[in-house]
Design a protein around this ligand. Structure first.
Ligand code: K7E
Ligand code: CUA
Length: 617
């Protein structure tokens, strides 16, 4: 509380200073302000986002790192980058992907393309427990928000190819959603000529089961579909609880140059899946095991899947906070289509179908649609405010449109620089959006930052949506490539800063330097090590060439920020241990010689002295 007050005071001070500068020595707006912008506008914006030294941000923003395979953590409104959580990619800064456990979790893949983070939910609200994120390589990962660490990577999941419509979760985190963007012949490993694409290639949508107590993920069920390209997804909530929605492009079932061949039809589809029926059918043993997962055929299970026609290659599908409407954004047109969940149910009851796709009924467009909202060109994604407003990103127009649910009136637009993809509002995909901040996650940034050569950053722009008119207040920059993000109130997370000694369960943990040392079992050598300011114990050890060496390193500190590292030169070993943590690394002593190891994390005045030697004879 005191800290927030401090921020306000500082903000007022900042405005006063800006005002002073402008009136005394600068007749025009401060450097960097847009030509014509009044100084007071700049000062107001600056005050809104100013978080004084030592003060804390109000929200966490978890942004996907795209093909960096990571998650970037920001504070909002300052947009300061606070941390990077490595998920699908080794990250030397935290030693991720170098120790035995994280190496095993990554498996053979050292990259991932992560698009959609999803905070765990209880009754449709964020509950601050876990963060899930998809990988195009048919995987989904769980990050524990107690320590901001990746705890599980599930997959690759059988038959899923190009997992894009993921990791959206159901309102009580029963499931994380998964879908194939690129249809293939299934099971994986089957080869069929591309000329048979329309009939022999299959798409799948999948429910990944989540244990409500532990967050542990496992295979749930899978549904086979025609070879459409499944794109985005969202779970129903409240009125539409129990359903999952996925958009697709290429309902033409075309191959080759999709930019031409897959844009023939006026409408593609949104699939509506009754996931409780899927769960029940799988539990009853319906469907067949294909590639190790239970696959349900919608032809054989009436009521499992329906197709909702949606304008031209829709991208995002977003369910409104009350669950009554499903918003599908046709990226090749100027409108976003709003479907009415009640009308969908009525159409299902009345068998109001216009045909089918491989046995899946197609609902009549006119019967289920409430509005085509003229938001602007290239609508992609929609987020929500608390007061019935929706915010849709417009890629082609490079703007955000604000519009009203129910009246379908577009009330405001704010330009984005440049080419916005996703957008993320505070709790903007839950049943209780907060209507405070909105971040536009843009694909381009040219000219809005110091030049850094051809590898350009992307821009993420902060918009204040607390008033009637949206207001762009800050440019921030990120590494490739932000897709979606999640923004949660900071006071809902309580991360630990040390691993408590009493919770230490690692079988190789030791808490006393007296227990450190080497034990040998044939050609297997175990070295238990302790790190504490400012010694690595043991300070030297000896192994034989060809030995399999396991280092088990415990950082016995119980002080915030007191990390130690262990870099072992010439052996590609880079471990970072947090206070109270134990990590192991196993390697073959292939090279003879004397190899120094040292602490990589600056920890004390005698950090440089934290070193030792491994002899390989
Ligand atoms: Cu970038 Cu959600 Cu992968 Cu849209 S997706 S932009
Ligand atoms: Cu321990 Cu530096």
């Amino acid at each position: 509380m005191a800290r927030r007050k401090g921020a306000i005071l500082w903000g007022v001070l900042a405005v006063a200073v800006l005002g002073l500068v402008s009136s005394r020595c600068a007749p025009s707006a401060p450097k960097g302000a847009k030509k014509g912008a009044a100084v007071s506008d700049v000062a107001t914006a600056a005050m809104k986002v100013y978080v004084a030294p030592g003060d804390l941000d109000e929200y966490y923003l978890f942004a996907s790192g795209g093909h960096s395979g990571q998650i970037y953590v920001y504070g909002v409104p300052s947009m300061r980058h606070l941390s990077t959580i490595p998920v699908y990619t080794p990250y030397p800064a935290t030693g991720y992907g170098f120790d035995d456990d994280s190496k095993k979790m990554l498996g053979d893949l050292t990259w991932g393309d992560a698009h959609h983070p999803a905070l765990s939910e209880t009754k449709g609200d964020y509950d601050g427990r876990w963060l899930f994120i998809n990988d195009m390589n048919a995987r989904v990962a769980r990050i524990d928000l107690r320590d901001f660490k990746t705890k599980q990577i599930l997959g690759p999941i059988p038959n899923v190819s190009g997992n894009h419509g993921s990791a959206f979760v159901t309102p009580n985190t029963e499931y994380s959603m998964m879908a194939s963007r690129f249809s293939i012949p299934i099971p994986k490993g089957t080869v069929v000529g591309i000329d048979k694409y329309a009939t022999e290639y299959k798409g799948v949508v999948t429910g990944v089961k989540i244990d409500p107590k532990t967050g542990e993920m496992s295979f749930g069920w899978q549904i086979v579909t025609p070879p459409f390209n499944w794109d985005l997804g969202d779970a129903g909530k409240l009125a539409s609880d129990g359903w999952m929605f996925w958009t697709c492009y290429n309902s033409e079932r075309a191959t080759g140059k999709l930019e031409v061949t897959a844009s023939q039809r006026d409408r593609d589809y949104i699939a509506a899946v009754d996931w409780r029926l899927a769960e029940k059918s799988a539990a009853e043993g319906k469907g067949t095991m294909i590639g190790g997962i239970r696959v349900l055929d919608p032809k054989a299970i009436p009521g499992l899947v329906y197709l909702m026609p949606c304008g031209k290659s829709p991208h995002g599908v977003d369910v409104t906070p009350d669950g009554k409407w499903i918003v599908g954004s046709g990226k090749l047109q100027g409108v976003t289509t709003v479907f009415n969940f009640e009308k969908i149910q009525t159409a299902i009851r009345n068998k109001d179908f216009t045909g089918d796709e491989d046995g899946i009924p197609v609902l009549k467009y006119e019967s289920i649609k409430d509005a085509e909202v003229p938001v602007g060109l290239g609508p992609l994604h929609t987020q929500f405010g608390p007061d019935g407003y929706a915010y849709t990103s417009l890629f082609v127009d490079s703007a955000i449109a604000k519009w009203k649910l129910g009246t379908w009136e577009v009330v405001d637009k704010v330009p984005m620089s440049y080419a916005i993809g996703h957008l993320c509002a505070a709790h903007g995909d839950t049943v209780h959006p907060q209507g405070k901040w909105l971040v536009g996650l843009n694909k381009l940034s040219h000219g809005r930052h110091l030049s850094v050569g051809p590898s350009q950053p992307e821009s993420s722009q902060l918009v204040d949506i607390s008033e009637e008119k949206m207001k762009l207040v800050l440019d921030a920059f990120t590494e490739p490539e932000p897709h979606y993000a999640q923004m949660i109130r900071a006071d809902m997370l309580h991360p630990i800063e040390v691993y408590p000694k009493e919770e230490s369960k690692h079988p190789l943990a030791i808490w006393d330097v007296k227990d450190a040392g080497l034990t040998r079992n044939g050609s297997k050598v175990l070295v238990k090590m302790v790190e504490v300011r400012s010694t690595i114990t043991p300070t030297d050890f000896e192994v034989k060439e060809g030995d399999e060496v396991t280092l088990a390193i415990t950082n016995i500190e119980q002080t915030t920020d007191m990390l130690h590292g262990l870099g072992l030169l010439d052996y590609n070993i880079n471990i970072v241990v947090d206070p109270g943590e134990t990590k192991t690394v196993t390697f073959k002593a292939k090279k003879k010689g004397v190899f120094p190891y040292y602490c990589t994390n600056f920890c004390s005045a005698l950090h440089q002295e934290m070193q030792g030697y491994m002899m390989v004879k």
